[in-house]
Write a protein that binds this ligand. Structure first.
Ligand code: AMP
Length: 176
């Protein structure tokens, strides 16, 4: 049984067929962000399982992972570290390349964004194939961080992205 609060949040996710290309059902979180109560609930739900853990840094994945990850970091009294597409970060970076359905992509993090031994939580709005989140976990570990877990607002469960994540704790607020 899903939590009652998850059922209410689901009403704030807008389904947009054929975006950004034919055949993709885009799960649009902007209605949730527009509603202060739903936004707060989403942030609290993402943070809840990790409240009793020490989290030093929250890694937020470009770009909706920034919007959700930054307030989660504040909730957990952690710092926020952006994971960005290649070429956007100004200082020295670590990079991880990962496979897409067609071709490859690359994400980067500032090399000093996570210090050796720091405990890291990875946050994004949605996990589909899990490629982006798995690459972010690798970035955190490449910097010497210890990954406490990954937290997502939405899981597209038939794609089994969580299976690709080699982490102790994964948390999902809404399953589709
Ligand atoms: P993946 O690496 O396949 O798990 O893709 C996850 C990333 O792509 C996340 O940052 C999502 O924001 C975005 N994404 C993938 N599929 C969708 C979808 N159906 N609706 C909204 N965002 C998506």
């Amino acid at each position: 049984m899903p939590e009652p609060r998850a059922l209410a949040l689901r009403e704030f996710i807008r389904d947009v067929p054929d975006f950004p290309k034919p055949g993709i059902l885009f799960r649009d979180i902007t209605p949730l962000l527009e509603d202060p109560g739903a936004f707060r609930e989403a942030v609290e739900a993402l943070a809840a399982p990790f409240r009793d853990e020490t989290v030093d840094k929250v890694l937020g994945i470009e770009s909706r992972g920034f919007i959700l990850g930054a307030p989660v970091a504040l909730e957990l009294a952690a710092g926020f570290v952006p994971v960005r597409k290649k070429g956007k970060l100004p200082h020295e970076t670590l990079a991880v390349r990962y496979e897409l359905e067609y071709g490859t992509d690359e994400v980067e993090m500032h090399a000093d964004g996570v210090r050796r031994g720091e405990r890291v939580l990875v946050v994004d709005d949605l996990i589909a194939t899990g490629g982006t989140a798995a690459a972010s976990v690798r970035l955190a570990r490449a910097a010497g961080g210890e990954v406490v877990g990954c937290s997502f607002l939405i899981e597209l469960s038939e794609l089994r992205g969580l299976d690709r994540l080699d982490v102790d704790r994964t948390h999902v607020v809404l399953r589709y």
